[in-house]
Design a protein around this ligand. Structure first.
Ligand code: DX5
Ligand code: ZN
Length: 215
């Protein structure tokens, strides 16, 4: 199980000191929750803050665009050579074009589905994708509870994607209580926000979550 740290749940003003201490064996990716105040109610941060984060760590970025019209924003993130750039299927009419543009930039192409979006919404897109990010909370806030119907949806998506070599990432409400089950369902990456930062030691907690997933 790989852990993607959702820094939205960290104390952002501490990150200058904290980010350089993150160990890759505990935290595989830095998850950047870009929110525009339109697709989701909150405005979080954009490419200027992402640039600062990139300068503070060698851990690859995992960019999660929660923005309307991602086609207007996606190219701003190419300069950071993220591991993956993910846009929401609910936000665009240009998903194939967008996927091809991201792939050409060298990052993996991710597409995200809100909890109420059916798996079929991405069935024609599968050949263009490297990763599916399944939201298990409504997008927009950290610290919400995992929506249990997510388990069934993970199984459906896993079946749909397995012949395409697509990675499966789960985002929202992941913690010590469910990471083992998620690993058992074949989830490759978990985004962890409050479940990582609540202890004040993200390195130790990341390690613990990985061990639990393996157990
Ligand atoms: C929600 C974001 C998540 C969130 C995760 O809109 O996409 O990445 O910050 O936080 P937790 O793990 O606390 O649900
Ligand atoms: Zn996210």
């Amino acid at each position: 199980m790989k852990i993607s740290a959702s820094i939205l749940a960290a104390k952002l003003t501490n990150l200058t000191n904290e980010l350089p201490t993150y160990k890759q064996e505990s935290i595989d990716f830095i998850h950047m929750d870009v929110m525009d105040g339109n697709f989701v109610p909150q405005i979080s941060f954009g490419e200027a803050f992402t640039k600062e984060v990139k300068e503070l760590t060698k851990i690859p970025l995992d960019v999660h665009l929660m923005v309307s019209k991602p086609e207007d924003h996606v190219s701003k993130y190419f300069q950071f050579q993220p591991y993956c750039i993910t846009f929401h299927i609910e936000t665009t009419h240009f998903a194939v074009r967008l996927a091809e543009e991201i792939r050409k930039s060298g990052s993996k192409v991710g597409v995200s589905l809100n909890p109420q979006t059916p798996p079929e919404a991405i069935s024609t897109l599968l050949p263009y994708l490297d990763l599916v990010l399944l939201m298990t909370v409504d997008p927009g806030f950290y610290g919400q509870s995992f929506i249990k119907s997510g388990f069934e949806k993970i199984e459906k998506i896993r079946k749909m994607t397995k012949d395409y070599g697509i990675e499966l990432e789960v985002d929202g409400g992941v913690n010590e209580s469910n990471i083992k089950d998620l690993a058992g369902l074949g989830v490759d990456l978990c985004v962890v926000g409050s479940g990582l930062y609540k202890t004040g030691d993200p390195n130790a907690q990341g390690k613990k979550l990985k061990e639990l997933a393996k157990s």
